[in-house]
Design a protein around this ligand. Structure first.
Ligand code: 2AM
Ligand code: CA
Length: 283
């Protein structure tokens, strides 16, 4: 962090150093990928190696600082004590497709999750770092959300006709394409614009920063959204699943500023209902 921030807790400090270090490495690899594109060599394997390497260095740095914490990581899954009290939820490279195509819109995302009871837990802090822009988004529950050293606040837009929403278009492996199309059909005529930039973590961070007014996507993983959800909420945004449930547990996210959250939830719920209505009974 540029200019030591007195607000950072020790655990967040650990995360910030770790993501900055992994970010420097990834940025060098990103430069290489751009070269490979020019030479039209297949950069896919190179990118998976960069991704794995980033995950390994994050794991090393985080576990050295907090040996008792468990992990949930995109590449290696869950590890550590099954009865964890704390765990790191890590996406070493969110926006891999952008990275692969030389598009500087990808990030490292780390959430800190605390178990609060039998089968219950809560993400209490998160960091999302975009090395290409040198933007570090972070938040700690009850302490607010920040971009580098600046306090974040979601937008105040109330009018759907002025709203800019982000989403993720379902890709090959993801079901629920019909729901996406139905939701899009409902929203398109109402809003100022819809963006698909390819990193769920950065979508949430940008919503927290007031750049977007809302975000929705179905079928996400915990590592895509752990940090982003706490950053959005600490910036004053609302986040839930389409029916008002737990976005983190379900992986189905509707997040927006408080004025537009009900409207976005309604559009996504209607999109889902439209597909369900077409399905034969029991399918
Ligand atoms: P990833 O880059 O870590 O894989 C966007 O829809 C979200 O879906 C991203 O956060 C992205 O995270 C994830 N995703 C997983 N597989 C993808 C794919 N094949 N294409 C696009 N996004 C993918
Ligand atoms: Ca991801």
């Amino acid at each position: 962090m540029s200019g030591a921030s007195p607000r950072l807790s020790p655990a967040l400090n650990v995360v910030v150093s770790a993501v900055r270090k992994a970010g420097r490495r990834l940025l060098r690899d990103f430069g290489e990928v751009e070269q490979l594109q020019v030479q039209s060599k297949a950069p896919g394997d190179f990118v998976s190696e960069a991704d794995m390497r980033a995950e390994r260095t994050l794991r090393e740095d985080l576990s050295r600082a907090r040996p008792g914490f468990a992990f949930l990581m995109e590449e290696s899954g869950a590890s550590g004590d099954k009865d964890w009290e704390w765990r790191w939820v890590v996406d070493p490279l969110d926006g891999t497709t952008n990275f692969l195509h030389g598009i500087p819109h990808w990030a490292i995302s780390v959430g800190i999750e605390k178990r609060t009871g039998e089968g219950k837990s809560e993400v209490v802090a998160g960091v999302i770092y975009n090395p290409a822009a040198d933007e570090l988004f972070w938040a700690e529950k009850g302490m607010g959300a920040f971009l580098n050293d600046r306090r974040l606040r979601v937008s105040g837009r109330r009018d759907m006709t002025q709203a800019l929403f982000a989403t993720g278009i379902p890709f090959a492996a993801v079901p629920r394409k019909g729901e996406f199309v139905q939701t899009l059909a409902r929203l398109m005529p109402q809003v100022s614009g819809i963006r698909r930039f390819g990193s769920a973590a950065l979508d949430l961070a940008w919503l927290a920063a007031g750049r977007y007014d809302g975000f929705w996507e179905l079928g996400l993983n915990k590592w895509d959204i752990a940090a982003g959800l706490v950053i959005v909420r600490e910036a004053g945004g609302y986040a839930s699943s389409p029916d008002g449930g737990d976005a983190y547990a379900e992986g189905n996210v509707v997040a927006a500023n408080p004025h537009l959250h009900p409207r976005l939830r309604e559009a996504v719920s209607e999109g889902i209902a439209a597909v369900a209505a077409r399905r034969p009974e029991g399918a």
